[in-house]
Ligand binder design. Structure first.
Ligand code: HEC
Ligand code: HEC
Ligand code: HEC
Ligand code: HEC
Ligand code: HEC
Ligand code: HEC
Ligand code: HEC
Length: 508
């Protein structure tokens, strides 16, 4: 009986012997000091983490990982996301395991350093052991110091981050602006940002994003992140710019301040001097003076001089008024800045993409239509960066596609509502090339309106363009409609002769 009790107790003790526990529960995946197996080498693990954490982790790594514990997730990711199985060991058993691993670790140091004297144990000098003891305790001391130090750094970083997110002062914004626009030199030889990123509205083409463009894209991040991106941009184009010379932390912070400050107001416009208006007023005054002198004051003796001045200025004024009046409502040359720097030249000319690929309805319907984001994505899910704009513009397509928010293209051609125009009639039936009406659009980096779209423009072309009767399905189907066809007179029939210039054809 006693014997039985004794063995029973013994065996239950044997169960908690940490070496055996380790062999039974852990050794399949872990070694101590013999390198990684399925799981990491556990040598020194008791110093890497505090005990509480280790207990929780060993009991259930899965819980720790799914609760998002940073350290646990890090290890899990490092080990190819293989999870350690949970154990049902008691806290005491786990503690003894941790101690065991720790002890083994210390033993390892001793074994390694004392190997040469192993054959002759008695010759192990006490002083060597003493030294090792001292060294071990020193290591422990340094490690606690290191841990404290790391905590301090975390605190400082936290503080820094908070102060970074605090309100930015006008002084800082101004500095950033000066750096960005080249009015204040960079510490290192960094190229001036404004040479590529304009800070004023411009109406010519700049392939690079404007300062406002980048500010907008980065504005959903806090100042700290934004500042980090400015020092360490992801785009290849910017990496190239900062290849040889780096921005300092301060500089990137000031630039961040500046960029944040323009997110809302956008770019300013250069004050335009209305040269034409000033010229017009000067000419008016000139005319008035010479007219006044001619009739009343007669200071200039040569009458012909005054008469000539009056005549020339009158012609100028009259002409200006007529030209301006005629252009009311017309917008030839209209070239709005579009939300994406889309270039017909790059797509049509350089990459030989057919108009119909994108404007896929003019062949058969009234509206030509601007392509939807889906059309762009046909290609741009693979083509992720362009030669001129890098990833910046193409990213906008991706964003529009992801957010299901259509790109807000600005419509360029706008006939008044009372005019009816059909692409099908002109392109399919009339066999007129797109370029006849839209100009060399395949040469345009920014799309602009080529023709005036005035009534005169339509009517004139109808008088000059011959109807294409031959090999034209439209006409072979409706032969009876046209006398000219019945009579076989199919040469020199211009569009106006078949009624294209009837008021009702163009006006509802
Ligand atoms: C089936 C294999 C397996 C078993 C059995 C196993 N582990 Fe693990 N262990 C892993 C893997 C894989 C990781 C790393 C991935 C993770 O976080 O789950 C790990 C990670 C660890 C870590 C963190 C190590 C580090 O360097 O950060 C400790 C500590 C640990 N295990 C202790 C134990 C103990 C103690 C036992 C026995 C009670 C045990 N493990 C049993 C597979 C296992
Ligand atoms: C040589 C022209 C050039 C100069 C000079 C230049 N940039 Fe850029 N920058 C670009 C282009 C092009 C892009 C867009 C590239 C892309 O997204 O692929 C860009 C993009 C950026 C971006 C967005 C980067 C990202 O990863 O989202 C930031 C921020 C930026 N520039 C800041 C600056 C600052 C600050 C300066 C001045 C120190 C500067 N740039 C000078 C051409 C330039
Ligand atoms: C890769 C697609 C694509 C191709 C190919 C393409 N376009 Fe476009 N086109 C667009 C987009 C996008 C817009 C709107 C943005 C703009 O105005 O630049 C547009 C605008 C236009 C406009 C102005 C529309 C308005 O707002 O009034 C005309 C006209 C036009 N395209 C004609 C053509 C012609 C002609 C061709 C062939 C020579 C052609 N396009 C080829 C995509 C394309
Ligand atoms: C049939 C394929 C195709 C379609 C459709 C297409 N693209 Fe492109 N796109 C290209 C190719 C090819 C390039 C040239 C890439 C390069 O520069 O190497 C390009 C380049 C670009 C660029 C960068 C230009 C540069 O050089 O930096 C932008 C911006 C762009 N496309 C916008 C659009 C938009 C917006 C649409 C939809 C209206 C669209 N694309 C539809 C093929 C396509
Ligand atoms: C006979 C002249 C003419 C020809 C040829 C012509 N267009 Fe147009 N296009 C116009 C006029 C006029 C408008 C303005 C229509 C409006 O505002 O209702 C226009 C508008 C457009 C628009 C603006 C979008 C819209 O629906 O209003 C696009 C895109 C376009 N044309 C593409 C093309 C393409 C592509 C071709 C060749 C396949 C072509 N056009 C041939 C005269 C022409
Ligand atoms: C480049 C020359 C050209 C221009 C510019 C042009 N047209 Fe036409 N148009 C034609 C031709 C050619 C036909 C005859 C097509 C056919 O065979 O029915 C035609 C036919 C028409 C018809 C159909 C007449 C019928 O018999 O049904 C209408 C309507 C029309 N045009 C309206 C316009 C309007 C509106 C404009 C200006 C916004 C315009 N066109 C500009 C060449 C032109
Ligand atoms: C080939 C097509 C076409 C025919 C035929 C045509 N028009 Fe027009 N008409 C237009 C276009 C395009 C405009 C708009 C352009 C503009 O604002 O100048 C216009 C504008 C007008 C306007 C408004 C002018 C303004 O300044 O807003 C009047 C009025 C008008 N047409 C009357 C007529 C009368 C009357 C006839 C018959 C004799 C006629 N149109 C035949 C195409 C046509």
């Amino acid at each position: 009986m006693l014997n039985f009790l004794g063995t029973g107790l013994l065996s239950s003790f044997a169960q908690t012997d940490p070496a055996e526990l380790f062999d039974d529960y852990c050794a399949d995946c872990h070694s101590i000091g013999e390198g990684d197996m399925k799981g990491p080498d556990l040598l020194g693990v008791e110093r890497k983490y505090n005990e509480d954490w280790l207990i929780k982790f060993i009991r259930s790594a899965k819980t720790m990982i799914s609760s998002g514990d940073k350290k646990a997730v890090d290890i899990w990711e490092k080990y190819n996301k293989s999870k350690m199985p949970d154990t049902n060991l008691s806290e005491l058993e786990i503690k003894s395991l941790i101690q065991y691993i720790g002890n083994l670790n210390k033993n390892k140091v001793e074994v390694i350093t004392s190997t040469p004297s192993n054959e002759n144990k008695s010759s192990v000098s006490n002083s060597t052991n003493q030294k090792i003891e001292n060294l071990n305790s020193k290591i422990d001391k340094y490690e606690t110091e290191l841990q404290n130090f790391e905590k301090k750094i975390d605190l400082i970083l936290e503080y820094h981050k908070k102060s970074f997110s605090a309100r930015i002062t006008d002084e800082e914004i101004n500095r950033g602006k000066e750096l960005f626009e080249g009015d204040r030199p960079f510490t290192n030889n960094v190229p001036v940002c404004v040479t590529c990123h304009n800070t004023f509205k411009i109406d010519s083409l700049n392939w690079n994003p404007s300062a406002h463009d980048i500010a907008k894209v980065l504005s959903n991040r806090d100042n700290m992140e934004m500042s980090t991106i400015i020092i360490n941009p992801s785009s290849n184009k910017m990496k190239e710019v900062l290849k040889d010379n780096k921005l300092t932390d301060d500089e990137s912070f000031y630039i961040t301040a500046f960029l944040q400050s323009i997110v809302k107001p956008g770019l300013k416009e250069h004050k335009k001097i209305p040269i034409k208006l000033i010229l017009f007023i000067i000419v008016c005054i000139l005319m008035f003076i010479s007219f006044f002198d001619l009739i009343f004051t007669k200071i200039v003796k040569q009458k012909w001089l005054n008469i000539t001045v009056c005549f020339v200025t009158a012609v100028f004024i009259g002409n200006t008024i007529i030209v301006n009046a005629r252009n009311i409502g017309l917008s030839k040359g209209y070239t709005p800045i579009q939300p994406i720097k889309f270039s017909h030249k790059i797509h049509v000319k350089e990459n030989k993409i057919n108009c119909i690929f994108c404007h896929n309805s003019p062949e058969f319907s009234i509206e030509s239509g601007i392509p939807s984001t889906n059309v762009c994505m046909n290609c741009h899910n693979k083509i992720k960066s362009g030669e001129m704009t890098g990833q910046f513009e193409i990213n906008k397509i991706k964003k529009s596609f992801k957010n299901k928010k259509p790109i807000e293209w600005i419509k360029i051609h706008n006939l008044p509502d009372h005019v009816f125009f059909s692409h099908a009639q002109h392109v399919n039936v009339g066999k007129i090339e797109c370029q006849t009406c839209h100009g060399a659009i395949d040469e345009m980096d920014i799309t602009s309106q080529h023709a005036s779209l005035s009534m005169g423009w339509c009517v004139k072309c109808h008088r000059e363009s011959e109807v294409q009767f031959e090999n034209n399905k439209y006409y072979s189907n409706h032969k009876e409609l046209h006398n000219d066809l019945k009579l076989g007179k199919i040469n020199n029939v211009t569009a106006d002769k078949i009624g294209a210039n009837d008021c009702a054809k163009c006006h509802y």
